[in-house]
Design a protein around this ligand. Structure first.
Ligand code: SAM
Ligand code: DTB
Ligand code: SF4
Length: 329
């Protein structure tokens, strides 16, 4: 399977614009070249610090400046995170993603506590992912040393549309953090959101940025906007299944080896709609009844869906040369 990082915008547009079923068919074909096409990664999100964020991301219920009905919470204790990790394992998750409503990581006792959480959860055998905002190279290295496996940092939309959604930091800031993450040899998780009011061209441009990175992100989350009351995007139209399918299928074709995650928005999708997304190459989900602050299908519901569709769970660290624990040993 050839992995290209020299995609032209026009080539991606041509794929994206294919008649929908041709696009899904082609993506399914590419996906089936991968021997583990029937496996789906189950990642459980834990919001370790909720709300009160200084940023102005127009989609986000956790931005302090919008008046949303979320439960603001300071940084969790290590014990609480371990409890959540135990539950996640019992429910079949193999990755735990810890999210903090921060603009950036600071070198303080909170970060030290997170390093401890990372180390403890890694020792429990889960792939640890963090999403904590902007990060320096030194901080990325510290996370890696503590046993962190992946870092999530989304570009969210095209560079052209970025300023319409977020003004408190730039697209380039995001890219810089991603470079720091890659340099520290953390697995890169980077994708975006559909339904922010962007055009098809913006979607294609976002996919172009992701697929022309020196190395493709290891995972690419495709989120459907969850419109939350109180945010500037509260009245945005619901994302339709054909829009999600186009994004997922195009991502699968142009980044054939990456995990493509059907992320936020599953709560509004039927099993049949999700089945089409898996057919189109999605091979990862966020599971558990809550994403960070909004509802998501619960584990039992997803296990029932897996049974119906004949999907299996991907084991942790599959295909990875050295796990974080082996590196530490
Ligand atoms: N504060 C950190 C940051 O911004 O990188 C980490 C947490 S932040 C909530 C992680 C990602 O969640 C965002 O980049 C965005 O892609 C996604 N997200 C947040 N709110 C969302 C919403 N309402 N609908 C869909 N995706 C959302
Ligand atoms: C990602 O791409 N989506 C997740 C995770 N990375 C951190 C977050 C989705 C959040 C949806 C809104 C909420 O629940 O607050
Ligand atoms: Fe803060 Fe992250 Fe939400 Fe933006 S997406 S407001 S940085 S928590």
């Amino acid at each position: 399977m050839v992995v290209r990082t020299d995609w032209k915008l026009e080539e991606i547009k041509e794929i994206y614009d294919l008649p929908l079923l041709d696009l899904v068919f082609e993506a399914a074909r590419v996906h089936r070249e991968n021997e583990s096409y029937g496996e789906v990664q189950i990642s459980n999100l834990v919001s370790i610090k909720t709300g009160g964020c200084k940023e102005d991301c127009a989609y986000c219920p956790q931005a302090a400046r919008y008046h949303t009905d979320i439960e603001v919470h300071p940084l969790m204790t290590v014990e609480k995170v371990k409890e959540r990790a135990t539950e996640a394992i019992a429910n079949g998750a193999t990755r735990l993603c810890m999210g903090a409503a921060w603009r950036e990581v600071r070198d303080n006792s909170d970060f030290d506590r997170i390093l401890e959480m990372v180390s403890e959860v890694n020792d429990m055998g889960l792939e640890v992912c963090c999403t904590l905002g902007m990060l320096t190279y030194e901080q990325a290295e510290k996370l890696k040393e503590a046993g962190c496996f992946a870092y999530n940092h989304n570009i969210d939309t095209s560079s052209e549309n970025y300023g319409n959604i977020i003004t408190t930091r730039t697209f380039e800031d995001r890219i810089e953090t991603l470079n720091n993450v890659r340099k520290a040899k953390l697995s890169v998780c980077c994708g975006g959101i559909v339904g922010l009011g962007e055009t098809d061209d913006d979607r294609v441009k976002m996919l172009h940025t992701l697929s022309t990175m020196e190395t493709h992100p290891d995972s690419v989350p495709i989120n459907a906007l969850v419109p939350v009351e109180g945010t500037p995007l509260e009245n945005n139209a619901r994302v339709n299944i054909d829009e999600m399918l186009r994004m997922i299928a195009t991502a699968r074709i142009i980044m054939p080896k990456s995990m493509v995650r059907l992320s936020a928005g599953r709560n509004q999708m039927s099993i049949a709609e999700q089945a089409l997304c898996f057919m189109a190459g999605a091979n990862s989900i966020f599971a558990g009844e809550k994403l960070l602050t909004t509802p998501n299908p619960d584990f039992d519901c997803d296990m029932q869906m897996f049974k119906i569709l004949g999907l299996t769970t991907r084991r942790p660290f599959k295909g990875v040369e050295q796990t974080p624990s082996e590196i530490q040993a």
